[in-house]
Design a protein around this ligand. Structure first.
Ligand SMILES: *[C@@H]1O[C@H](CO)[C@@H](O)[C@H](O)[C@H]1NC(C)=O
Ligand SMILES: *[C@@H]1O[C@H](CO)[C@@H](O)[C@H](O)[C@H]1NC(C)=O
Length: 361
């Protein structure tokens, strides 16, 4: 009888511990609704909700089948079948469901007050990445951010504006175009830098950029790591050999960049008062999905749903492509040859925030 109640007590404790874990981990870590006034985004196509629609570039995604699983099936310019990471971040932070592009001329003041994205597909830390595709460099994005601050001041005054700027959460997501396009697909950067030198230069650009943001009043700045660039379907096709394996050189470059970036952000936290620079690792969660797709309900990890799945991105993934797109994108980790599906993005963002959200506060 004594033994039996010991087991009962043990089971009771396990159940209690599980409940505490669920409530504690799921509830307490995340900020209360309204605590973060706005979510403000810079970077590349992973977080561009349609700024490139307003720019003369071939780097667009504002046509079907992009947006096929977005509410209303609208091809908004997001480089996916549905929502993108900036949307999921804003939603999980309790701010709003969709982060709009700053260049949309129809934005109302409530959208501005709760945050926008300045990101531009094909941009990178290396200014050449954006210039190659005639899109917004990070410096261009920063200029627009200064214009944004002016608009806030005109609408709600100096004091409320500085509170919004300092209390909001910022996301910077760049680096993959530098590695895959500017460095490994074109000769120019490789003539100038080896991989260690180029990844140091990328971190120098990144650090300069986030310090400029800090100078304008931002304090809570999340910086997204590089993904496993060599495992993007396009890079498997270009550099993965006959078996289309993950391209090792590009994964090694990503790892090298990520290590230096994470160290630099820790240094900045020491150096700049009240700063919260948060390194957000997407390398490992994405690689885990790619290596164990079925664990999360995926079936295809090595090619995209759209077009041929191997090289198709932007205009090569379009309704003009006779190969079309797969039936059910939620079975695929990648939507096109470069960008994950909404389903994969959702899992990764949730994981990243579980790991790191507390570091912003
Ligand atoms: C703005 O804040 C300053 C300092 O806290 C205060 O003196 C001033 O009255 C405030 N201005 C407005 C318009 O609220
Ligand atoms: C970037 O590199 C330049 C040139 O070496 C240097 O002067 C500058 O301090 C570096 N900036 C950062 C943020 O590391």
């Amino acid at each position: 009888m004594k033994y039996f109640s010991g087991i009962m007590l043990y089971n009771y404790m396990v159940i209690l511990a599980t409940f505490i874990q669920i409530y504690y981990c799921e509830g307490i870590e995340f900020p209360e609704k309204g605590k973060v006034p706005a979510f403000i985004v810079f970077g590349d196509s992973i977080v561009d909700p349609g700024n490139n629609n307003y720019i003369a570039t071939v780097g667009k995604a504002d046509f079907p089948p992009y947006g096929r699983d977005f509410p209303g099936r609208v091809p908004t310019g997001r480089y996916s079948n549905g929502k993108i990471p900036s949307d999921f971040f804003a939603e999980e932070l309790g701010i709003k469901e969709f982060v709009p592009p700053y260049l949309d001329p129809k934005l109302n003041i409530n959208e501005l007050l709760t945050g926008v994205s300045f990101a531009s597909g094909a941009a990178g830390y290396d200014p050449d990445s954006a210039k190659l595709a005639n899109v917004l460099t990070l410096e261009d994005q920063l200029k627009y951010f200064k214009g944004y601050i002016k608009k806030l001041k005109a609408a709600v005054g100096e004091n409320r504006t500085s509170a919004i700027i300092s209390e909001s959460v910022y996301l910077v997501c760049a680096g993959s175009n530098d590695i895959t396009n500017t460095y490994f697909s074109l000769p120019f950067a490789r003539l100038k830098y080896n991989v260690p030198a180029y990844t140091s230069k990328m971190v120098n650009w990144s650090s300069t950029f986030v310090q400029e943001l800090y100078g304008l009043g931002a304090r809570r700045i999340g910086v997204v790591s590089a993904p496993p660039c060599g495992c993007l379907p396009s890079q498997r096709t270009l550099h993965g050999g006959l078996r289309k394996s993950c391209a090792d050189k590009e994964n090694q470059a990503s790892i090298l960049f990520n290590g230096k970036l994470s160290t630099e952000l820790s240094n900045l936290n020491q150096k700049l008062p009240q700063s919260r620079f948060v390194y957000l690792d997407i390398y490992n969660p994405l690689l885990n999905l790619i290596n164990n797709p079925s664990q999360s309900g995926f079936e295809v990890a090595n090619k995209g749903c759209c077009g041929t799945g191997n090289l198709a991105v932007s205009f090569l993934c379009s309704k003009l492509n006779p190969l079309g797109a797969c039936k059910d994108a939620s079975k695929y980790i990648f939507w096109d040859s470069f960008h994950p599906t909404e389903a994969a993005y959702k899992i990764i963002v949730h994981h990243v925030l579980q790991q790191s959200v507390a570091n912003f506060f």
